[in-house]
Design a protein around this ligand. Structure first.
Ligand SMILES: [Zn+2]
Length: 372
């Protein structure tokens, strides 16, 4: 990477996998299993949503954990998407299926119009919005081997189509900043990368010809600037969850940018006062998201999200999706503390902000609120 320099002394070192110590502190814990309000999880992955059974299971999961609705980002395109939308029709008050962006064929002439037409077809058929993955920026390439970034002019008709139908673009660009630093036990993302496996450098972008964090970020900003009428929900707090000042500047500059918190709670929860203040200040711009999957059944993945947002509980396990061999959480070898958001802010983060993007869920959420 060119412009972010690793701190001095960061050379690859012999890896060590340690166990995560179990705390001996006895701490008060809020009894919590369900979200206080029907939360809309704006960041859920499942490839299963083609059968009635899958929808029934997902609704059961949501009812158990107090979730009002979720966004399925893996709708796909074409016939796959059609199957998802068809099976999802009776459940569209709880599950919002998105078309999934694909850059396949982008280097062929006529791609932009073709893909924009597929979006239009998807929106008319009931897709609530579109998901874009980090492959844009980090793996999709031009014929000359350079990487395709989000401000590529071929994408202008794509972003414009979302504005035409007033549908949100849920966009994940870039990656955790630690993945742009050298692999080392000193790297906070060391365990998330599982780079201690011999020879495993996957998901590390340091010095291997990948675009820099800044290049991807610049493209994100250009895209927002070029398309003020397109509403973007930036996944993982636009990857700026390591720097509240940068994130504030981004939100201040681009009114068409919202952000969601999936896979950031492990970091936010280490600085609970700072981020509590931030989320209260930007309470109209922050959405709940988890990056979870109902395919795993009912587990304890969502509870730490509720605990983080709703309570002042201290030093509890964050919702890591990956556990290492040593049992430590892949998304960070530490515990987190809650930010006890006031109810009025919690309602915005849980569902009111999401409803701006998914207005057709309003009746369902209101019904659930009334039933509590
Ligand atoms: Zn995701």
């Amino acid at each position: 990477m060119d412009s972010v320099k690793a701190p001095p002394g960061w050379k690859p070192e012999a890896p060590v996998v340690r166990h995560m110590p179990v705390t001996l502190l006895r701490l008060p814990r809020t009894a919590i299993t369900r979200a206080r309000f029907p939360a809309i999880d704006f960041h859920v992955h499942t490839r299963a949503m083609k059968t009635q059974d899958a929808y029934e299971k997902a609704v059961k999961l949501m009812d158990a954990i107090g979730m009002g609705a979720f966004v399925n980002l893996n709708g796909g395109t074409g016939a796959e998407l059609d199957a998802v939308l068809k099976a999802g029709e009776p459940y569209k008050d709880r599950i919002a299926n998105f078309i999934t962006f694909s850059s396949a064929g982008i280097n062929e002439p006529g791609w932009s119009a073709k893909f924009a037409a597929e979006m239009e077809r998807a929106f008319k058929a009931g897709a609530f919005g579109m998901k874009v993955s980090k492959a844009l920026g980090l793996s999709a390439k031009n014929p000359d081997g350079t990487f395709i970034q989000a401000d590529d002019p071929r994408l202008d008709p794509v972003w414009a189509m979302a504005a035409k139908y007033d549908r949100p673009i849920m966009i994940h660009l870039g990656d955790s900043i630690g993945r742009f630093y050298p692999i080392s036990p000193k790297n906070e993302r060391y365990e998330a990368g599982l780079w201690h496996r011999p020879g495993d450098t996957s998901g590390n972008y340091y010095n291997n010809g990948s675009p820099s964090f800044e290049e991807i970020d610049r493209a994100r900003e250009n895209m927002h600037r070029k398309h003020p009428k397109t509403r973007f929900v930036n996944a993982h707090l636009a990857m700026l969850y390591y720097d509240a000042e940068k994130l504030a500047a981004f939100l201040d500059t681009y009114p068409n940018a919202d952000v969601e918190i999936s896979a950031t709670v492990q970091d936010l929860g280490r600085a609970p006062r700072l981020w509590r203040e931030f989320i209260i200040k930007y309470q109209d711009r922050v959405l709940m998201g988890s990056d979870g999957s109902p395919d795993r059944g009912i587990d304890d993945f969502w509870t730490p999200h509720w605990r983080y947002l709703e309570t002042y509980d201290e030093y509890f396990e964050h919702p890591a999706q990956i556990r290492t061999e040593g049992g430590s959480p892949g998304h960070g070898r530490w515990n987190i503390s809650g930010i006890g958001l006031p109810d009025a802010v919690l309602r915005k983060v849980y569902y009111q902000n999401a409803l701006r993007h998914l207005p057709s869920l309003r009746a369902s959420i209101e019904k659930q609120l009334a039933g509590r």
